[in-house]
Ligand binder design. Structure first.
Ligand SMILES: Cc1cc2nc3c(=O)[nH]c(=O)nc-3n(C[C@H](O)[C@H](O)[C@H](O)COP(=O)(O)O)c2cc1C
Length: 337
C-alpha cells in the first residue's frame, strides 16, 4: 500500500505538465490525509533529532523550502509526513497571478527544474485565513515567506515588507524576507548596497515595535541568492546582522544557467553552487546567526554535507519533487545520526 501510494505520487509528478503535476500531487496528498491514510506514507519522528534554534523547538532539522505551499493549504499535511518545518509563501500583500504559463520546466535527466512563476499567490488576506484554518492540525514550525508585489516600485518595497510583517508576525514561528527570487522584476535590486541598508533598518525598527506590542520574538531570516558577488554577499550579511536579522536561508534558485527557458534553476544542477555559497555564508556570518540550507539537496549525503558546513536546518524542494518521501526518510535518518 505504502509503495503504491508513493509510486502513484511520483508517477503523477512525471506524467502531467509540471505545474499541473505539482498541484495534482498536493491534492492527492490532501485526499490521502482526509482519508486518514497519511500515516501509511509518513516518516516516523525521530525523538533524538529535536533541536532548539532561536528559541523555536524543531522536531527535526528537515523542512520544506518556500514556494511549494504558496498559499498555506498543505503545511499541516507536510508536517504529518514528517517534515519538521514548512515555509509557506512567498506571500505578497495582494493576490497575484504570476508570469504567463508555462512557467515550470523539468529536466528529468538532470533532476533539475527551471521556474519563472513570479510569486503567484492568493494574497495576504486569504493566506492568513488558510494559516488559521490549518494551524490546529499542524505539528511543526511554520515559516512565512514574504515578498514585494510585482507592481511595487523598488523605492516603495519596504512598505510591502512592513505591512506583511504586521500581518503575519503573530502567526509565524519565523518570517523569511524574500529579496532573492529571480522572477519578480527588480526584486534583487533590494539586495544592492544602495537599497539594502534602508530596507533592513525599516525591518529592524518594525521588529522592535512588534516585539514590544505582542511580547513575542519572531525570528527573521533573509533568503539569499546564489548569484550574489562575493562583495555583495559580504555586505548583505554585515548589513543584515547590524540590523538584528536572526539568520540566513541559503539559497534561492539561480538565474545563471544554460537551459533555454527563462527563470531560476533548482535541483541537482544547483547543488555545487549552493554548497559553495553556503560555505561562504558560514564563514562570513556571526556565530549567533542561524543558517538554513536550501538548494540542490538531492540525497542524504547532501544533507550531511550541509550540516557539516554549519547549517542548523536543511530545506528540500526539487529533491522532494523528484524523489518523494524516500528522500525525506533518508534525510531524517542522516540528520539525526
Ligand atoms: C517551482 C518553484 C517555486 C518556488 N517558489 C519560491 C517562493 O515562492 N519563495 C521562495 O523563497 N523560494 C521559492 N522557490 C525556491 C525554493 O524555495 C528553493 O530555495 C530553491 O528551489 C532551491 O532549492 P532546491 O534546489 O532544493 O529546489 C521556488 C522553487 C521552485 C522550484
Amino acid at each position: 500500500m505504502i509503495k503504491f501510494l508513493e509510486d502513484l505520487t511520483l508517477l503523477t509528478l512525471r506524467i502531467f505538465p509540471a505545474e499541473a503535476a505539482k498541484n495534482i500531487t498536493l491534492r492527492l496528498l490532501k485526499l490521502i490525509y482526509s482519508l486518514n491514510l497519511i500515516g501509511l506514507v509518513a516518516s516516523s519522528n525521530i525523538e533524538k533529532s529535536k533541536i532548539n534554534i532561536k528559541n523555536l523547538s524543531f522536531k527535526n532539522r528537515i523542512g520544506i523550502a518556500g514556494g511549494l505551499d504558496k498559499n498555506a493549504e498543505y503545511f499541516h499535511i507536510l508536517s504529518s509526513l514528517g517534515f519538521g518545518f514548512v515555509e509557506v509563501g512567498t506571500v505578497t500583500l495582494e493576490p497575484q497571478a504570476g508570469n504567463p504559463k508555462p512557467r515550470i520546466f523539468r529536466f528529468f535527466k538532470d533532476k533539475t527544474i527551471v521556474n519563472s512563476l513570479g510569486f503567484n499567490n492568493a494574497g495576504s488576506v486569504q493566506v492568513l485565513k488558510n494559516i488559521k484554518k490549518y494551524k490546529p492540525m499542524f505539528d511543526g514550525i511554520l515559516g512565512i515567506s514574504i515578498g514585494k508585489s510585482k507592481n511595487t516600485k523598488t523605492k516603495n518595497a519596504w512598505q510591502d515588507y512592513l505591512h506583511l510583517m504586521d500581518y503575519f508576525y503573530l502567526e509565524a514561528d519565523y518570517l523569511a524576507i524574500n529579496i532573492s527570487s529571480p522572477n519578480t522584476q527588480n526584486l534583487r535590486e533590494l539586495s544592492s548596497h544602495e537599497n539594502l541598508e534602508f530596507l533592513m533598518e525599516k525591518i529592524s525598527q518594525k521588529k522592535v515595535q512588534l516585539v514590544d506590542m505582542h511580547k513575542k520574538k519572531t525570528p527573521i531570516f533573509v533568503k539569499l541568492s546564489p548569484d550574489e558577488t562575493d562583495d555583495n554577499l559580504k555586505n548583505l550579511i554585515a548589513v543584515s546582522e547590524k540590523n538584528n536579522i536572526d539568520g540566513f536561508i541559503c539559497c534561492n534558485t539561480s538565474s545563471e544557467h544554460t537551459y533555454p527557458n527563462p527563470g531560476g534553476m533548482s535541483g541537482a544542477m544547483l547543488t555545487k553552487k549552493a554548497e559553495n555559497i553556503q560555505k561562504k555564508v558560514a564563514q562570513l556570518k556571526q556565530e549567533k546567526s542561524s543558517l538554513i540550507a536550501s538548494g540542490g539537496v538531492m540525497s542524504a549525503s547532501d544533507v550531511k554535507i550541509r550540516l557539516t558546513n554549519s547549517a542548523d536546518l536543511v530545506q528540500l524542494y526539487t529533491g522532494y519533487i523528484y524523489k518523494g518521501n524516500s528522500l525525506l526518510k533518508k534525510a531524517l535518518k542522516i540528520s539525526s545520526s
